[in-house]
Write a protein that binds this ligand. Structure first.
Ligand code: ATP
Ligand code: MG
Length: 420
């Protein structure tokens, strides 16, 4: 049996870097007073249709939706923000604090063609700064994304930002964009032709060369922004410059979800590929209200963890935890005494492995060598009879006999030495 196409097992030798990413994010975000939130991976389909938008790629063709035994229409979450917004509303988090700063890391599901950096089950690390309309909060979240990338030793990245205005400005612009693109309708790629009626803004994001050329002379969203939108955007830019965070304004950047307004941004690697976006985010001032909660301006982002891993895995060198001590029980003559030894090792936090293979002493010692253990504790028949343990230091080959009742003292004495 194989794992499903587009899904992956994260194996023991890979898990350390995942834990490292989780720990790094947790440390940085905790310092900035963000709390972790874990929401269910299944939700009512309606949540995503209403938030992400019916004519987006995600809702249109990427969702894993199904009917359960009771004919409820459910969806495996394709992203985190909608679920966090739902949790914020259904748990009335707004009653406790005006501002809620939340983060999450978990699996997301999208039915896409699997390729490098694109899976059907993938993971996102995301943050949401809920309850603040100030442009400085946009900058705080962008800065935090960069901080996390930098701490993970990713230094080559590009920050692209844009202002996509509010709903009114966008709908006025969409009419003009459609008028313009209709003139060239037959020269557009098929995807873009289809989008002309459903989601024309997304055409701006097209990777098709011919479509890109047509777009050069298209009307620009910027021309439709009013004072408030422009002021917000200028403030964001001002703060970024103050922080020496380099950015590029990408007027074509619109993002794939309907709920964004004002600031949209992406962090990319400089690799030339369609999967070079590590982090996408933006402001969503209407979403919570639209889902039935109080009006709550917010901003956030999500980082694709698999893509992040591809970008940083060669830079990060993690110390593997090895079992310093191997407890050898040749021939598998298990004695209750082994529990007393385990308890001492636990107490001193010394990693250990008990060899229950039942093979002979030589084989067990060889195995301990291979796994780079420092010490073998041998509990054989002679040892049991005379109530001692043979301690064999693998590097120096020194062998010692320690009485059972002196073991605790012995480990207390050598604990520092064996941990280095
Ligand atoms: P893309 O342009 O790759 O389709 P997107 O705009 O659909 O990305 P978002 O919804 O903004 O992506 O999700 C944020 C991040 O999650 C992306 O920048 C990417 O790193 C990651 N991501 C999105 N879809 C996938 C996927 N199918 N597999 C792996 N990572 C993904
Ligand atoms: Mg996508």
């Amino acid at each position: 049996m194989q794992a499903l196409r587009g899904t992956k097992d994260i194996l023991p030798h890979e898990i350390m870097i995942w834990q490292h990413i989780y720990d790094t994010a947790k440390e940085i975000l905790t310092l900035h007073n963000y709390s972790e939130i874990r929401t269910p991976i299944i939700e009512n389909n309606e949540l995503f249709e209403r938030s992400i938008g019916n004519y987006t790629d995600i809702v249109n063709k990427e969702m894993y939706s199904f009917r359960d035994q009771n004919n409820r229409y459910l969806t495996l979450r394709p992203e985190g923000t909608a679920s966090v917004a739902r949790a914020f509303i259904s748990n009335k988090l707004y009653l406790e604090n005006k501002v809620n700063k939340l983060w999450y890391l978990g699996p997301m599901f999208r039915y896409e063609r699997p390729q490098k950096g694109r899976q059907r089950q993938f993971h996102q690390l995301g943050i949401e700064y809920i309850g603040c309309e100030q442009p400085i909060s946009d900058v705080e979240v962008i800065r935090l994304a960069i901080k996390i990338l930098k701490r993970l030793r990713l230094t080559e990245y590009i920050l692209e930002i844009n202002s996509i205005g509010n709903t009114k400005e966008r709908s006025q612009y969409t009419i003009k964009l459609k008028d313009y693109l209709n003139i060239y309708k037959h020269d557009l790629d098929v995807d873009s032709q289809n989008r002309l009626d459903t989601n024309p803004l997304r055409i701006l994001d097209s990777k098709n060369q011919k479509t890109k050329e047509i777009l050069i002379n298209a009307p620009k969203l910027k021309q439709f922004l009013d004072k408030k939108s422009i002021k917000h955007f200028n403030e964001v830019c001002k703060h970024l410059s103050y922080l020496n965070i380099k950015y590029t304004i990408n007027e074509q950047l619109v993002r794939g979800l309907d709920y964004y307004n004002y600031t949209a941004f992406e962090l990319k690697t400089n690799e030339k590929s369609n999967q070079n976006t590590l982090c996408g985010g933006g402001r969503y001032d209407q979403l919570i209200n639209q889902l039935g909660g109080p009006s709550t301006p917010s901003v956030g982002w999500a980082i694709g963890v698999e893509r992040l891993l591809l970008a940083v895995k060669d830079q990060i060198k993690l110390k593997t935890i090895r079992n310093i001590i191997h407890i050898l029980i040749p021939g598998n003559k298990i004695h209750l005494k082994v529990w007393d030894i385990i308890k001492i090792l636990e107490e001193y936090k010394i990693n250990f492995e008990v060899d229950l293979s039942g093979s002979n002493l030589n084989k067990q010692i060889k195995k301990a060598y291979i796994s780079k253990a420092k010490i073998c504790l041998i509990i054989g028949e002679n040892e049991l009879k005379d109530e001692y343990i043979t301690i064999k230091w693998l590097e120096t080959k020194i062998q010692q006999k320690i009485k059972f009742h002196q073991l605790r003292k012995y480990f207390k004495y050598i604990k520092k030495e064996i941990k280095t």
